[in-house]
Design a protein around this ligand. Structure first.
Ligand code: BDR
Ligand code: CA
Length: 330
């Protein structure tokens, strides 16, 4: 008899402002057999850190797992905090009155946990699902961590398209543009998965919702749909979109299965921190003109780092993303 092949696992650390779509992304990572989530770190964003921590711990327990959840930055680096409870519900999970998690948060600060976890696991994949405050603080404190990260999949930004919180900016980047700028300039191997990739047919449509409830019909499948009830309504009210929008799970899908991103290219990307109308915008040098542009000097902090190193995901395989999601709910 052949000896059983050892399963090669991939290590992951996830930074999140856990609300309803973050919870689904966590669940996907936790339920993917070859992924080992080393730590979950909480940042303020959709909800306050304490609430995000409760939501993350609840999700971990629902998946029958035990992963340390560290609480982190409660405010952005240089601006006032802003919550997305209008979108995800007061508790971030659609006000479903889920019971309190049994486990407490892990001891220690999220920023230190990010540093220690990355140093202890060279080659780890970092996935960010919220404002980049924790990650920027970690990089500033320990710049060496940048070279130990094999991939940094960022749910954030709007690549050459409209924003969801201002006309120019996507929520996670807009919440803390100074932090995002630090990360984007740091040399981290960022794969930017913008919010536009969860729109249109990538939303969970009626038939997908029915599939979750009636065909898969597990507690996890019901959780995914229930906790996103508020997001489903808000998506229609605010953006005129039909279905459940899942930006964080789409980013997680790309992290788990890179082939889900079917069109990508590398560019210089800057984060606007000053613009009256454009603060938080991710400015993508799509046509590679930054090096020859009349204002090339302002691009120096990013072009001076060498070749464009931000991989922008332009398109996903929608069927494959949904299949991956469904596969984690059984
Ligand atoms: C991002 O904003 C948050 O509301 C979601 O959780 C996601 O991370 C989408 O713009
Ligand atoms: Ca999020």
């Amino acid at each position: 008899m052949c000896p059983a092949r050892p399963v090669m696992t991939r290590k992951m650390i996830i930074d999140t402002d856990t609300a309803s779509d973050d919870a689904v992304a966590l669940l996907m990572a936790l339920r993917t057999p070859d992924i080992e989530v080393e730590a979950i770190t909480i940042v303020a964003g959709n909800v306050e850190v304490k609430q995000g921590s409760i939501n993350a711990r609840y999700t971990v327990e629902l998946c029958g797992k035990s992963v340390p959840v560290y609480e982190g930055a409660t405010v952005p680096l240089a601006c006032e905090p802003f919550r997305a409870t209008f979108f995800h519900g007061e508790d971030g999970l659609g006000n479903m009155n889920y019971p309190a998690p049994a486990s407490p948060p892990a001891q220690g600060h999220a920023v230190d946990a990010i540093i220690e976890t990355i140093r202890a696991n060279p080659g780890i994949v970092l996935v960010t699902l919220g404002p980049l405050t924790n990650v920027a603080l970690a990089i500033s404190k320990a710049p060496d961590i940048v070279r130990h990260v094999s991939r940094c999949v960022v749910m954030g930004g709007a690549a050459c398209t409209e924003g969801n919180i201002t006309p120019a900016a996507e929520f996670n980047i807009w919440c803390d543009p100074e932090a995002a700028r630090i990360c984007f300039r740091s040399g981290l191997p960022i794969e930017m998965v913008g919010w536009e990739l969860c729109r249109g047919e990538a939303n969970l449509k009626d038939e997908d919702i029915r599939h979750c409830r009636e065909v898969i019909n597990t507690p996890l499948a019901h959780f995914v749909i229930d906790c996103n009830a508020s997001a489903l309504r808000a998506n229609q009210e605010h953006f005129g979109e039909v279905g459940i929008p899942l930006p964080d799970p789409v980013a997680m899908a790309v992290a788990i299965d890179p082939a889900i991103c079917t069109r990508k290219s590398s560019h210089y990307v800057e984060v606007e921190c000053d613009g009256t109308f454009t603060r938080g915008m991710t400015v993508v040098d799509k046509l590679n003109v930054a090096l020859s542009a009349p204002n090339t000097i302002v691009w120096q902090p990013v072009t001076g780092k060498g070749w464009p190193h931000i991989t922008v995901c332009w398109e996903i395989d929608i069927n494959r993303w949904k299949e991956l999601l469904f596969s984690t709910l059984h």
